[in-house]
Design a protein. Structure first.
Length: 289
């Protein structure tokens, strides 16, 4: 029996959250085409025969001078040391630069290099990309092609990860889906609904705080606050006659209901906290990261 922790690492929009949801066969983390959608570490538990892997989805590695982004990057780098194995995602369309930057971080834990989105190119292109990474073969323990659209790639990846895990009793009940607090998952789903219903720039100035969760026999009530930086952003989040925030509530309610299997009520309010992303103390006091 093996049991251990694996951190999913890669650039923004490399498919880290999609990979975790695919391996779990359940949606627990935000998926968005927008950059830096994942702000917090979300974990999921996957059983591979008798072995247990606790995956952690992390913020994307990127370069930024913004306070919030730097804190997010630090979280991703920290997770590289707080695990037994690293799964580095390299989209098939990318060059090798991001992987080189990852190696320059001097990861101390063994890692598997995973070429994602291989269903989007020919076999010849996959082989060409594999050849480009062969010069680093002394750095990774395995190099695997992968596609979330093809179930056949799942088992080989899990087997390779388990080779890197220690002999250990299970850290969690095998029936558990995630050790992450349910409130954090609710928060992520509301944030995803924000991303889906707002223009490109506004989501980056917003985040979500879960104020209260009331579990009743027939419904779970969730009360949350959306924080943003400008009054104009608040107006846009609410929308004309409250239509935008209504859509956000409907979308988040559906996401959360699909996760819990229960009837959900969501109440959202919007508040302005000027330049909250630029102040580390504010970010930490709000428990953003």
């Amino acid at each position: 029996m093996k049991s251990g922790f694996a951190s999913i690492i890669g650039r923004t929009n490399a498919g880290k959250s999609s990979l975790l949801n695919f391996l779990l066969d359940a949606k627990i983390t935000i998926v968005s085409h927008k950059q830096n959608a994942t702000r917090r570490k979300i974990s999921g538990i996957v059983m591979n025969d008798e072995d247990q892997i606790v995956f952690t989805d992390t913020p994307g590695l990127h370069e930024s001078n913004k306070t919030l982004n730097k804190l997010m990057i630090n979280e991703a780098i920290k997770s590289m040391g707080d695990c037994d194995a690293i799964v580095f995602l390299a989209p098939i369309h990318d060059g090798i630069d991001d992987y080189v930057k990852f190696l320059n971080l001097n990861p101390q834990k063994p890692h598997i290099l995973v070429l994602t989105k291989v269903d989007e190119v020919s076999n010849a292109k996959v082989l060409e990309k594999i050849a480009q990474y062969q010069k680093f073969q002394d750095k990774f323990t395995a190099l695997l092609p992968f596609s979330v659209k093809k179930q056949t790639y799942k088992k080989p990846l899990l087997d390779e990860i388990c080779k890197l895990l220690p002999e250990h009793e299970y850290f969690y009940d095998p029936e558990f889906l995630t050790p992450t607090n349910e409130r954090e998952i609710f928060r992520e789903f509301i944030l995803e609904a924000l991303y889906d219903n707002l223009s490109d720039e506004i989501p980056y100035s917003t985040d979500v705080l879960i104020d209260k969760v009331k579990e009743k026999p027939e419904i779970t009530e969730i009360y949350a606050t959306i924080i943003t930086e400008r009054e104009i952003h608040k107006s846009m989040i609410i929308g004309k006659s409250g239509q935008t925030i209504k859509r956000i509530g409907i979308n988040s309610r559906k996401l959360i209901s699909n996760f819990t299997g229960q009837k959900i009520f969501v109440k959202l309010v919007v508040v302005v906290k000027k330049d909250w992303r630029k102040d580390e103390k504010t970010i930490k006091s709000l428990n953003i990261l």
